[in-house]
Design a protein around this ligand. Sequence first.
Ligand SMILES: Cc1cc2nc3c(=O)[nH]c(=O)nc-3n(C[C@H](O)[C@H](O)[C@H](O)COP(=O)(O)O)c2cc1C
Length: 390
Amino acid sequence: MTIDFYWRIGMGGDHATLRTPRRLNRGDWRGIHPGNLTPAIRAGERDSYSYIDHMAAVAKASESAGFVGGLLPSFPGTDDPWAAAAALARETSTYRFMVAFQPGFLHPLQAARMSASLQHATGGRLVYNIISGGGGPAQLWWGDKVAHDDRYRRTSEFLDVLKGVWGSAPFDYDGDFFSTEGAVLPPQLAETPFPEIYFSGSSGAAVNAAGTHADYYLSWLEPFADLRAKFDGVREHAARLGRRPRFAVRIDVLARHTAEAAWAEIAEGWQHVDRAAANRQAQGDSVGAGRIKGWVPENITDYTDLEVQPNVWCGFSLLRGGPAFGLVGSYEQVAERLDELIDLGVDAFILAGNPHLEEAYRVGEEVLPLLGRSRLGRAETTAGSVLGVA
Ligand SMILES: Cc1cc2nc3c(=O)[nH]c(=O)nc-3n(C[C@H](O)[C@H](O)[C@H](O)COP(=O)(O)O)c2cc1C
């Protein structure tokens, strides 16, 4: 069995440390000043080192630390993942680019041609993270007022067309959202491999569409028992359609030599947390975000209240925005939890840590080699055989 480990590439700046939350000083998202990594003020002038140079450093670091590729998220406040993937591909050799995008905002023919061109140029290193949007202000930024479940119908149509035009025969489609007549990619593009589909969303509509289209059903981390139940639901639904998707989880990791050292980082970052933010309502109609909120305690007195099971901490969103759940602990403890997730049915991980550059090396060198240890003696799997990496 091969498990794929991806890293996350921060697309909207990066924190130099979680101990000083919300201080994005890698990238120009929070102003340019001396001490900013990229760009910086040198001799009174803004230098030409751009954020894409920093992303390239993260991609190269995680590639050499053993990750098979990187997730490029997409939000109104980030760089564009398609453009970034095209630029970063030339900086790496085998690294795959998992481009997050909302199907509603691209015509599927445009997406098919862009994707196939990238496949052609990179030797097949494009992977999709199909996201259907979480409603609220981020959706309106795109001018998108389509209702929650209809967004998944649109996603499904989009993927039908994308797959349809990637063949050898002219393809016709007349749907509610997209149509095309006699469409087919030119042969040199059509012969490139169709990208793997990672598919996110926790709602019934998402599970329906994932059943038809997902190669990997992708979730944020949740308490393990809930994750298991969620995967069971997706597996059962897909089985009724004659399909067997694999499963992937996106996880923030804070691992250190000792558990004490890891929790000390959290404790220090916690001093800067805006407690009011802890109780703020998630905006939008995302069922997945609503599930997460349900596990965050109402009254938080200390960061320790947020450890919902050993090493599983749901306060990351308070330190740096983004998903709430992640793993905190010693290298061994984090590896054990990852092993448990593999036992639970996870086939691929997207890991992340701040700062993304240094933590890519740390997790790649200190945590991934320990995988499989906790099950040595009770299964044939070893660290070498679970990693889909050198
Ligand atoms: C692992 C993961 C990564 C996601 N990445 C993005 C992203 O980069 N941009 C975005 O707008 N939404 C992202 N989403 C949100 C999904 O698109 C979707 O809106 C959300 O899961 C709500 O769907 P639901 O109501 O079916 O749960 C992500 C979701 C997951 C689980």
